[in-house]
Design a binder for this molecule. Sequence first.
Ligand SMILES: Nc1ncnc2c1ncn2[C@@H]1O[C@H](COP(=O)(O)OP(=O)(O)OP(=O)(O)O)[C@@H](O)[C@H]1O
Length: 801
Amino acid sequence: MRSEGEISDSDLAVYVAVGRNVKEGKLMLSWAVKNFEGRNIRLVHVHQPPTLVSLLNGKMSTSKLKNQAVKVFQEFEQLKMQKLLNQYLFFLSEMGIQADKVLTETNNIEEGILQLIIQHRIRRLIMGAAAEIFHSKKLSEVNSNTAMVVFQQAPLSCHIWFISKGCLIYERPVESNSCLSPTMTLSSSTNSGGTTLTINSKENMDVDADNVQTVMHPIRSKEEVVGTINPTVPTVGQTSEDGSPLNLKVKFREHLPYSSSNSSLDCESLEKETGDLQDKLELAMIDAENLKQRAFEESLRRWRAEEDAMEAVHKAEAAESLLDEETNKCKEIEELLVKQKQEMETMKARHDQHLKELHLIRDQKPALESQLREAYTSEKELEDKIIQAVNLLITFKGTRDKLQIEYDSAMRKVNKYKAFQNEDPTGMSSAHFFGISFSDIIDATQTFNPSQKIGGGRYGSVFKGVLSNIKVAIKMLPSSSSQSDSEFKIEVEVLSRIRHPNLVTLVGACPESRSLIYEYIENGSLEDYLSSVAKTRHLSWQTRIRIAIEICSALLFLHANTSSCVHGNLKPSNILLDANFVSKLCDFGIHNLIPQNDNPLINHKPEKLAYMDPESIENGELTTESDVYSFGIVLLRLLTARPAEGVVRDVKCALERGNLDTVLDMSAGDWPLGQVKQLAYLALRCCERDRLDRPDLVSGIWAVLEPMRESCKLSQSTSTSCMDSTSQRKIPSHFVCPIFQEVMKDPHIAPDGFTYEGDAIKGWFNSGHMTSPMTNLKLENCDLLPNYALYYAIQEWQQNT
Ligand SMILES: Nc1ncnc2c1ncn2[C@@H]1O[C@H](COP(=O)(O)OP(=O)(O)OP(=O)(O)O)[C@@H](O)[C@H]1O
């Protein structure tokens, strides 16, 4: 408790009543700080709670509003108020002033201010002089109902400053004899007429009559208050002519302090007073207009507030519908949950069922696994059986193919044998030689005397000898052959029937010793001439071309034969030259007497392999194209006399470089380069690795060689330079009949272009042949022409020798 006369905090503090107009409030605070430096500043604020019931304006009862919405609205208003006051506090704190605040909550602002003055024993109060819209520095009077009510009803001990736009408009100083007793209490009661404030104070009972009248009289309304200030103005209840309540503005300076001295009025003063009253009435009218304006603004504010309330109601309704929706969703979710629960239970039941089945399967697993193992085993067994069966099938197929080949070969031989049984073009029979015994062979070779040996290769050794006073060459085949005697005899019989001027004649055989007996050819082999180092035995280019033609003719004959005999071993060492340098092929068809298994290629010398068709080396198969390949190499050797290995490469290079003459064997004389080039290209084509790329013997090779025959003959007859002396003394080869092998007496030209002895060729045709004895090619006719030129040449040669 504070003792009487003791100065309290509130006695010294300056209270500043601030409203919603922050700008005005801050100006007031600035004024207060400036004029009351060092004093505590306290904010006075009356919070007007939201009047929901009035805002709703009967459109909706509060009961309809959810309590929650009301609460939220109130909290929102409180927050707004706090924010407002915080702005003031912050404003002061920026000036270094820590301020307090005193608050109250009531609908009536002036009532709230009065309550706070009394409650906090306020001695110094600063407040706005005008309503919010009327604030002005030029304001000369208090222009606010609130200010007027506070002015009128505040305890006289409270000094009040009325401020507008930061300027002091009016000041109500403290009455010298006024004081507020600490025991003073404030009671307020509300009746239908408005608020009544009563200050109960013993001391107040002693103050002068004017003050009592001002402060102690119950106040029923603002108008009544105003009316009590000046008895000359109209009293409460008075209305203006337009019916609006008269709200009279009081000019404080005129009325305060109030003077009670009334003297008798004379007429002049009465008129003056009437004039004053009229002025006041006009002022009151203006005030009434202002009030009307304010009432309109109030209505606007209220309308906005109503709008806000309606919005809040809508929000509340929306929230309610949202709530309903959420409730419905909740229900749906609950239903869904129930459904899912049921599904879960069903699934669980199924899961249990599956689990049971799984257990059952697990129990059966070992049995199934053993079954599977058994199945695997039987599958493997079956697979093995299938593989075996397939292998067996392959073996059977191979055997069948082999048998088929053997059968075909046998059939061919049978056909060959049959064909040759009917053929004996020369009328020569060699059958009498087939009974040659091994002892005859021993005698003929002088027991294989090495001096009698004239050759030897992979097909055995060759001895010269004499049988029945005939010079023969005996070829001793390898004795290890797996061929039976009967097979050997058949093959030999077939070979012995192949007769051609350019083939060495097989005259007999000894199956016992596996030996073949050939006519003896005097002049050695072509290899002897080509590889002669001393070049003492050289061949002219004409002879070489003729040999090539003869060999081609012999091959044509072999290939065109009904049994289509492949030579299979064509090389210069198997081309023998007789006394007239007529070439004769030996060893033809010998590969049929020595099966390939008995004659591995591995034993071949590289020089000999060079003549072999690369394809036949790879697959062991001999074809007519194999002979073409060998012929190509022989031809290249005739041209170059170079070793068989590398001759293809050498000639190719020379042709590419355009200097073929550098690789030619110049011991043959002056090669006709045109023909040589032609022959070189032909030979290279024969040596193509792919069989299909090689030329055909008839259309590709014979067609090139045949035209060279005549030119070659003419050159040979005119040229003597390249012929050795021995050959000049010998019978010219073209004087000899290809069939009889004798100098012709009656030479005739046949349709194949060759000249034969008249009787020999006629006998050939008469025995039913329509082919050439030289080429075995079919002849168009059997017309013969006497070759008189040759006849006279032979006559001349015979006379000379
Ligand atoms: N009928 C024959 N008249 C004269 N000499 C012959 C006769 N047959 C073969 N010769 C001579 O025997 C040689 C060797 O011939 P043979 O065919 O056995 O051996 P090769 O050709 O070198 O080898 P391969 O056995 O591989 O054919 C011939 O070069 C030739 O000199």
